[in-house]
Design a binder for this molecule. Structure first.
Ligand code: SAH
Ligand code: SF4
Ligand code: F3S
Length: 466
C-alpha cells in the first residue's frame, strides 16, 4: 500500500527559520564548513541542501576540511566499502580534533539512518558531535542550535518515513547543470538493497512544485536538469501526475537538456518510451539497471522482470529512439550465483551492448532478505567474476565508442580537462565524455563536436559549426 506523503508544515519551517537566525547570532557559531559526500546523486543533492542551510546560518565554505570549523559527512551505506570509507575518514578527523578542540564533526545521511546506528555512534564514536538521519535533514538548524546552546553531543534520528520538506535553501554546486529530486524513498525492496530501509517509503513531490523549481533554474540559465529518484518511473503517488506527463511538461517548457535516473526496468512503460521518442530535449541516454542476466537470480533479487522482459524493453526503446545509449548496474556473486548464472550476466552485456556499466560485488546488508540467504561466494571467486565482467563491459564500451566516430555530438562543457592542457571536456547527449580543444570560456556552453577518435574512457573530437 502506497503511503500519502506528509509535508513539513509552515509551523515546522518557522521553527527552523528561528533556529537559523539564532545560530547566525550565536557567539560560538562555526565560521566555516566543509561537507564530504558519499553515495549517489540523491546524496550529492542533499549536500546542496545542507550547504544551503549552513550558508543561511552565516557559514562560508572551506575548500579543505582542515580549514573548516564544522566538517559534515553525508554518508552512504549501500555497500560495506561505502560505509567503511566514511567511518575511516571520520576517525581520521578525531586526530585533527586534538589540535583543534572546537572543531565540530557531524555525520548524516543513509548510514546514520540504519537501525541501531545512533546507539553505536553514541557509544563507539565519542568524537562525533552531531548526527542525524535522512528523514530529519531539514532540522539541521535546530540541531546545530541545540548543540551550541547545550554544549553537548546531539544525535537525532527519526523514523517518520514519508516526510517531504519543500522550500529548503540550496547552494548548487554547478550553474549549468542542476539536480531536481522528484521522488524520495523506494518501495521495491530488492532483496539485496538497504535503500528502502534508510530512505523510507516511496513518495513523490507535487508536479507544480517541480515545474516551479525547473522554471527558476531555466530562468537562471541552467542548461541541463537531471531528475532524481530511486525509481523515477513510478513517480506520481498513484495519482494522475505521472512521470511521462512530467517529462512532457518539462520538454514544452524548453529545458535545453533533460536527464533522469533511476529507471526500474519493470516500470519502464510504453508511454515513457513514447515521450522519449517524441521529445525535443530529453537526452538520448537511459540508465537501466539490470543487475543480473539470470532469471533465477533476478527472481531471488525480487526484481520482478525476466531477462526476456528486459531485452524486449531494450528493443522497443531502440526502435523508438534510434541511437539511444544505454548504461546499467550489475551485481556479481549474489548468494548462490552459479558460474553458469554469472555467465548469463556476461552474455547479457554482450547482447545489449552498453555504453557503460557500474559493476559491484554483492555486499550483504544487515536487515535485507538476501543477507539471510545461503551460498555466499568466496572473495577470491568474486574478484575473478568482477574482473571478467569489467573486461566484458570494457569491450562493450569500446564498441559503443567506435560507433561514435565521425558523428557530431552536442557537448555540454563541464570543465578544463585534467589530463590534457588546452583541452576541455564535457558530455554529449548520450552521456559519453568528449574531450576537445577549448578554454575556460567554453564551460557551461553547448558546443557541437565532430568525433575523431575513440578510446575506452573518452571520445576526442574537434569543434564544428553545427
Ligand atoms: N534505485 C536505483 C539505485 C540503487 S543503488 C536502482 O534501482 O537501480 C545503486 C546500485 O547499487 C544498484 O543498482 C545495485 O547495482 C547496487 N547495489 C545495491 N545494493 C547492493 C548490495 N547490497 N551489494 C552490491 N551492490 C548493491
Ligand atoms: Fe534498491 Fe531496488 Fe529500490 Fe533500487 S529499486 S533503491 S535497487 S530496492
Ligand atoms: Fe547510498 Fe543512500 Fe544513495 S545508501 S546509494 S547514498 S540512497
Amino acid at each position: 500500500m502506497r503511503q500519502t506523503p506528509v509535508y513539513v508544515t509552515p509551523e515546522m519551517h518557522a521553527v527552523q527559520q528561528a533556529a537559523t537566525e539564532a545560530v547566525l547570532a550565536h557567539p560560538d557559531r562555526p565560521a566555516s564548513y566543509h561537507i564530504v559526500t558519499y553515495g549517489c546523486q540523491m546524496n550529492a543533492h542533499d549536500s546542496e541542501k545542507l550547504a544551503g542551510m549552513l550558508a543561511r546560518m552565516g557559514m562560508t565554505e572551506a575548500g579543505d576540511r582542515r580549514d573548516a570549523d564544522l566538517v559534515l559527512f553525508n554518508t552512504c551505506c549501500v555497500r560495506d566499502n561505502a560505509e567503511r570509507r566514511a567511518l575511516g575518514n571520520v576517525t581520521w578527523l578525531k586526530e585533527l580534533k586534538k589540535d583543534k578542540p572546537n572543531l565540530i564533526i557531524g555525520v548524516c545521511g543513509c548510514m546514520v539512518q540504519q537501525p541501531e546506528m545512533a546507539e553505536r555512534i553514541l557509544k563507539q564514536y565519542r568524537f562525533i558531535d552531531l548526527a542525524f538521519g535522512t528523514h530529519n535533514l531539514h532540522q539541521l538548524p535546530s540541531l546545530l542550535l541545540e548543540l551550541l546552546e547545550k554544549k553537548q553531543r546531539i544525535v537525532s534520528v527519526i523514523d517518520q518515513e514519508n516526510l517531504i520538506a519543500e522550500g529548503l535553501p540550496l547552494k548548487r554546486l554547478c550553474s549549468h547543470h542542476a539536480y531536481i529530486t522528484i521522488m524520495y524513498g523506494c518501495d521495491n525492496f530488492c532483496s539485496y538493497c538497504i535503500v528502502p530501509y534508510v530512505r523510507g517509503r516511496e513518495r513523490s513531490r507535487r508536479m507544480d512544485d517541480i515545474l516551479r523549481e525547473a522554471e527558476g533554474l531555466l530562468n537562471g540559465g541552467v542548461k541541463e536538469i537531471m531528475l532524481l529518484g530511486q525509481n523515477v518511473n513510478s513517480y506520481g503517488n498513484g495519482t494522475d501526475e505521472s512521470f511521462p506527463e512530467l517529462l512532457r511538461r518539462l520538454d514544452v517548457m524548453g529545458v535545453p537538456r533533460i536527464r533522469f535516473m533511476t529507471s526500474h526496468p519493470k516500470d519502464l512503460s510504453d508511454d515513457l518510451i513514447d515521450v522519449m521518442a517524441n521529445s525535443k530535449h530529453i537526452c538520448n541516454h537511459l540508465h537501466l539497471p539490470v543487475q543480473s542476466g539470470s532469471n533465477e537470480i533476478l527472481r531471488l533479487m525480487n526484481r520482478r522482470y525476466t531477462r526476456e522482459d528486459y531485452l524486449r524493453k531494450v528493443e522497443k526503446l531502440r526502435n523508438a529512439v534510434p541511437g539511444i545509449g544505454l548504461s546499467t548496474d550489475l551485481i556479481v556473486s549474489f548468494p548462490g550465483e552459479t558460474e553458469a548464472q554469472f555467465e548469463e550476466t556476461c552474455s547479457l552485456v554482450r547482447e545489449v551492448g552498453y555504453d557503460s556499466a557500474f559493476t559491484f560485488i554483492y555486499s550483504p546488508r544487515i536487515g535485507t532478505k538476501a543477507a539471510a540467504m545461503e551460498g555466499r561466494i568466496p572473495e577470491e571467486e568474486s574478484s575473478r567474476r568482477i574482473g571478467q565482467l569489467i573486461a566484458e563491459v570494457e569491450a562493450s564500451t569500446a564498441n559503443a565508442h567506435r560507433q561514435m566516430l565521425g558523428r557530431t555530438e552536442q557537448v555540454l562543457v563541464e570543465g578544463l580537462s585534467k589530463r590534457d592542457p588546452g583541452m576541455v571536456s564535457g558530455k554529449g547527449t548520450r552521456n559519453i565524455t568528449v574531450t576537445f580543444k577549448g578554454t575556460e570560456a567554453d564551460i557551461g556552453t553547448i558546443v557541437p563536436v565532430h568525433i575523431t577518435s575513440a578510446a575506452v574512457n573518452t571520445l576526442r573530437g574537434e569543434r564544428t559549426e553545427r
